[in-house]
Design a protein around this ligand. Structure first.
Ligand code: SF4
Length: 495
């Protein structure tokens, strides 16, 4: 790197930015709280997507103190749809630390800011430089790409040592007294001109000294080793429609306090014990929604993994796969949550990519059965009989499964799905299945001593964390995108 090229870069970039910077909501002033929130939201997320979320969030939580004092559920609800929900939790935890340790004033020194929850080197650099004009580098993927290309650097940007080197380089480029504008200029160039797949060299303000462009390597740089692809997993989800007092409602549950998607709401779902594949099964209805998240952002196509897994199962009759999935859903939910439901047919599918895992979610409509007294149960996956396990109503689980198997589906060798027209059953208030009003089915259940879902006393007993909700509850409960998509489609009657 020559001193001339570095000086040119800083000078030209700064001039270009001052003339071309976008009018973004977080650039209205240099309030460190506003900048902090924007930087957290912008991680892994496009500016266009962030803007409406940012404005809503700032209206609801206009100060650090307001965010610190808010119930976590409200913060998650405000974040719903943005993904990477740990960002929201960490942001609020950091806000609480600011209130407790710094009297609600975000500190302007590196050590104190870096000690706040959820603030890494990039966010610390962004807040310190943009809000306080401190000469700290703010190096993210955009900035690493720009610097690698401009200086024609071959080092792998996935390595921490490369990042550290680029942080030193970026710090050395900051013109005196202009950290705020310069760091934003670097980000802006990466976002608008020196983009990942099609760098706009012809309109670039620093093209005259760009070494990557001069070497014809602008499309090859930066060097980055590929991250391990997310692990594919098929999840089986139950759309349990309520009846009686719960007509028009569906059953949802809240996730645990820690771990993936902590405290968010979802449809009950379990892992498909047959593995990753789901594609070999028939598509009677539904869609595969676009993948979202880091895996998709990294260009990894989770569909390949599912297709590979599906190929392994290609010899199996598709309807048999669905029948096996319904059986597994019933048994796993009973074993894990003590909830017995009866899947009645496949409803749809969707897909969601997290940073380390990609879910293919196969959704089945189901009827509510009852809550088991003991959740240990169903340890005989090949047999409907589970002696000794008794539900609240007094009948063995195996008896219910045996009584109901011929009504909704057969999981035997024939593998035939004997469902009904699913399109007629997704409307609020509609009886979820003709089998509930089917005299034979109802009689079988009553003969077996099994309470019907319309028995409110039974339906009110739910496993811990479960509840019935209608569309109106979507305004208050926070769902991950994947379940939002399913529930919106369900209640809109589309699909
Ligand atoms: S000239 Fe091209 S490769 Fe170089 S910084 Fe500009 S856009 Fe990027």
């Amino acid at each position: 790197m020559t001193t001339e090229a570095a000086g040119y870069f800083s000078r030209e970039l700064l001039g270009w930015y001052l003339e071309n910077k976008r009018d973004l909501p977080w650039r209205q002033n240099r309030d460190p709280y506003r900048i902090w929130v924007s930087e957290v939201m912008l991680q892994q997320t496009r500016v266009d997507t962030v803007i409406p979320y940012y404005e809503r969030f700032m209206n609801k939580f206009p100060t650090v103190a307001a965010l610190a004092a808010a119930p976590e559920d409200e913060v998650l609800k405000c974040w719903e749809g943005l993904g990477y929900y740990s960002r929201a939790r960490n942001l609020q935890a950091g806000a609480r630390e600011v209130v407790e340790r710094h009297g609600g004033i975000i500190p302007g020194d590196k050590q104190a800011v870096s000690a706040l929850r959820g603030i890494g080197p990039y966010t610390a650099g962004a807040v310190l430089s943009i809000a306080f004009n401190e000469p700290e580098p703010a190096v993210d993927g955009n900035v690493m790409r720009v610097l690698s290309r401009y200086f024609c650097l071959e080092d792998d940007i996935a390595k921490p040592s490369t990042r550290a080197g680029l942080e030193r380089l970026a710090a050395s480029l900051i013109p005196e007294g202009a950290a705020c504008d310069f760091n934003q200029a670097l980000m802006e160039l990466g976002a608008l001109v020196c983009t990942p797949k099609s760098p706009g060299c012809l309109t670039c303000p620093v093209v005259a000294h760009c070494e990557g462009r001069a070497a014809g390597r602008e499309h090859e740089l930066p060097v980055k080793t590929k991250a391990k692809p997310p692990r594919p997993e098929t999840r089986l989800a139950a759309l349990v429609a309520g009846s009686g007092a719960y007509a028009g409602c569906v059953l949802v549950r809240q996730r645990a306090d820690s771990g993936l998607l902590a405290r968010m709401w979802e449809l009950p779902h379990v892992a498909d014990p047959q593995g990753a594949g789901g594609e070999a099964a028939p598509k009677r209805r539904g869609r595969r929604a676009a993948s979202a998240g880091a895996g998709a952002a990294a260009g990894w196509d989770g569909g390949d993994a599912f297709a590979a897994a599906a190929a392994e199962r290609a010899g199996e009759p598709p309807q048999r796969i669905r029948a096996a999935q319904m059986d597994a859903l019933c048994r796993q939910l009973a074993a894990e949550d003590g909830l017995l439901v009866r899947p009645t047919g496949w409803w749809g599918e969707t897909e969601h990519t997290f940073s380390h895992i990609v879910w293919s979610v196969q959704v089945f409509e189901a009827e509510f059965g009852f809550v088991l007294e003991q959740a240990a149960a169903l340890d005989a996956p090949e047999s409907p009989a589970a002696p000794g396990i008794y539900p609240a109503g007094g009948a063995p689980v195996g008896a219910m499964l045996a009584a109901e198997a011929p009504v909704g589906y057969q999981a035997g060798d024939s593998g035939a799905l004997r469902g009904h027209d699913l399109a007629d059953t997704s409307r609020p208030g509609h009886s979820p299945s003709p089998t509930l009003t089917d005299g034979t089915a109802a009689r079988d259940r009553m003969d077996a001593g099994i309470p019907l879902a319309s028995d409110n006393a039974v339906a009110q007993r739910l496993p811990r964390g479960y509840r019935w909700i209608g569309p109106e509850h979507m305004r208050e409960l926070a769902f991950p995108n994947v379940f939002l998509r399913i529930l919106r489609d369900y209640w809109d009657g589309r699909y």
